[in-house]
Design a protein around this ligand. Structure first.
Ligand code: ADP
Ligand code: MG
Length: 580
């Protein structure tokens, strides 16, 4: 039974399966790849999803819901006719349509899916996505980040395994920029940045505003329906410029007159100037957070429907000094990546398992009071935003009152200074012996894996008491066995974190040579060993990878020259990629 890969987009959704050794996009009941993520209540009172609903956005906007992905994980509701829907319920309707259409196209039942979400989605938003799948009759064990999916698709299409990529995902409502490093079987997101008010819709609006100004139409005279029509016209003309030099907008005016505007690429570029300015900032932030120089980026990969914007390649090309890469159809890349992920999940022999290490898109921490003047607990950061996962960090927290009997460790997620302004995921309470303030303490360890399991260990050494809390997508209750499996995966990752087999071998070999040698040679081997041990403290898979490569070279040289006693290693200052 096929696992369905789903790109559940704000504007459009797509499905893809792994078939005959490659990802295959699945067409919907209309024979199209893209299904608009729009739900409407039609005149007969039926719920309809997709292109039909999208048309109704113009004719009956009050009975139509769109862009609900923006509200996943919040309390917002949508009203269609008499009924109220939550964002997961609306998403479930989209997922259900994708599932049914896929069943018809594939001729088999579909009960399991892999779904992509934006890398910045927090636990609540991920849980809401899983809930939507559950409501649509789809079991979803794996959620994949959209940029990781895009990178997977790029690797398979290009055959290039080692690359530092910018995934430039420009969709209907948002711009998401990720720096993704690929090597061997690892895909690592090293930074993410975005603007959730910068998408194709904003371009449509800029065009519509210009249209009104150009034709002298005051803002408020257009009816809701006319405004929707104007936006659709703007979008149509924007898209047409991808293949033709100009396109014409026409809107019916009063008394049989018409308003017109001829849109050219030059005009489009001018209307996009402000948006491009914001785009530049997002790109700069992503590159800065990744710790890379602009020259170290191998390719900019265009993803998302708006990447087809006629004037975009010129803008990005001049920014990076080389043209961005457009692989086939940018609006299907994420879906193809999710399809590959579904293939990996099915453990199809023809595809190698890929380790996807992601960044933690939000800060995790606990609350502390450490200032007499301000008794409001603030956030003590344990895991910084944009840390590479999996990651483990420890810290000590002390009692603040005399004879305090308990220490409570809150588990918080968010970027706000005050604890109460962040999302509380859970807590661990541990008893400590009553003593003067500041005498007793707990060692607290946060371990976060790539499947969204956060483990918090709290230990009071004086009593050897220890408590552990697991936060597994808190608003969704997992079955016992699912939790068990996740915990096993977590344990495996932690083992891997401490030392991979290859790293152990390198260390052991170096230690052996150290023991065998004497004098200057021994000193040099010691230096190499120290440098390499330092690298193993590092949590970043890519830096550890480079350290491994370097260590292998050193050992090769040593094996060759050990007898001659000549070995003069050059110790790198850092394990960052210096382009070698
Ligand atoms: P999302 O990821 O938000 O679901 P998509 O990646 O499907 O969105 O992108 C949808 C957006 O792509 C829409 O705003 C649409 O106008 C825009 N788009 C599609 N084709 C083109 C094109 N040829 N030129 C410019 N924009 C386009
Ligand atoms: Mg998208």
């Amino acid at each position: 039974m096929a696992i369905l890969g789903i790109d559940l987009g704000t504007t459009n959704s797509l499905a893809c399966v792994w078939k005959d050794g490659r990802p295959e996009l699945v067409k919907n009941s209309l024979g199209e790849l893209l299904t608009p993520s729009v739900v409407c209540l039609d005149e007969e009172g039926n719920l309809t999803v997709g292109a039909v609903a999208r048309e109704q956005l113009i004719t009956a906007p009050e009975n139509t819901a769109a862009a609900f992905k923006r509200w996943m994980g919040t309390q917002k509701t949508f009203t269609l006719g008499e009924k109220t829907f939550t964002p997961p319920e609306l998403s479930a309707l989209v997922l259900e349509k994708l599932r049914r259409d896929a069943e018809a196209a594939l001729g088999e039942e579909v009960t399991e899916a892999v779904i992509s979400v934006p890398a910045y989605f927090n636990d609540n938003q991920r849980s809401a996505t899983k809930l939507a799948a559950q409501l649509a009759g789809l079991k979803t064990e794996r959620i994949i980040n959209e940029p990781s999916a895009a990178a997977l698709a790029y690797r398979l299409a290009s055959g290039e395994e080692d690359a530092c990529l910018i995934i430039f995902d420009f969709g209907g409502g948002t711009l998401d920029v990720s720096v993704v490093e690929c090597f061997e079987n690892v895909i690592e997101i090293t930074a993410i940045a975005g603007d959730n008010r910068l998408g194709g819709n904003d371009i449509d609006e800029a065009i519509a505003r210009y249209f009104c100004a150009y034709n002298g139409i005051p803002q408020n005279v257009l009816s809701a329906e006319q405004q929707a029509m104007l936006l659709r016209q703007a979008e149509r003309c924007k898209c047409a410029l991808s293949w033709s030099a100009m396109s014409v907008m026409v809107l019916p005016g009063p008394d049989g007159t018409t308003y017109n505007l001829t849109l050219t690429r030059d005009l489009l570029a001018k209307l996009c100037e402000e948006l491009f300015g914001r785009m530049k900032k997002v790109l700069a932030r992503a590159i800065r957070d990744s710790g890379r120089g602009i020259g170290e980026i191998d390719h900019v990969i265009l993803v998302g429907g708006s990447s087809k914007l006629a004037v975009l390649p010129d803008f990005l090309g001049s920014l990076f000094g080389k043209p961005p890469l457009m692989l086939d159809d940018p609006d299907t890349i994420v879906a193809r990546g999710v399809g590959i992920c579904a293939g990996i999940k099915e453990r199809k022999g023809e595809i190698r398992d890929i380790v996807m290490t992601d960044v933690c898109p939000f800060t995790l921490g606990t609350s502390v009071v450490d200032n007499d003047k301000d008794q409001n607990p603030h956030m003590a950061v344990m895991i910084e935003r944009n840390s590479v996962l999996p990651i483990s960090r420890s810290d000590r927290f002390y009692t603040t009152r005399d004879n305090q009997e308990k220490i409570r460790v809150d588990i918080l997620q968010g970027e706000e200074y005050y604890a109460k302004d962040n999302l509380k995921l859970g807590e661990v309470v541990i008893t400590v012996p009553p003593e003067p303030a500041g005498k007793q303490w707990v060692k607290t360890t946060f371990t976060y894996d790539i499947n969204g399991v956060l483990q918090v260990d709290v230990e009071n050494t004086s009593t050897a008491r220890k408590k552990t809390a697991y936060v597994v997508n808190p608003s969704l209750h997992l079955s016992e066995e699912e939790l068990e499996r996740k915990l096993q995966e977590l344990a495996a990752i932690r083992r891997e974190l401490t030392q991979s087999e290859e790293e152990q071998l390198l260390l052991a070999t170096a230690e052996r040579i150290f023991a065998e040698s004497t004098g200057r040679l021994r000193e040099a081997v010691g230096k190499v060993l120290t440098a390499y041990r330092g690298a193993l403290e590092d949590q970043s898979p890519s830096r550890r990878h480079r350290a491994r490569k370097w260590m292998k070279e050193q050992l090769d040289t040593l094996e060759k020259y050990q007898d001659s006693g000549v070995f003069d290693p050059e110790i790198p200052d850092s394990w960052e990629d210096d382009g070698r």
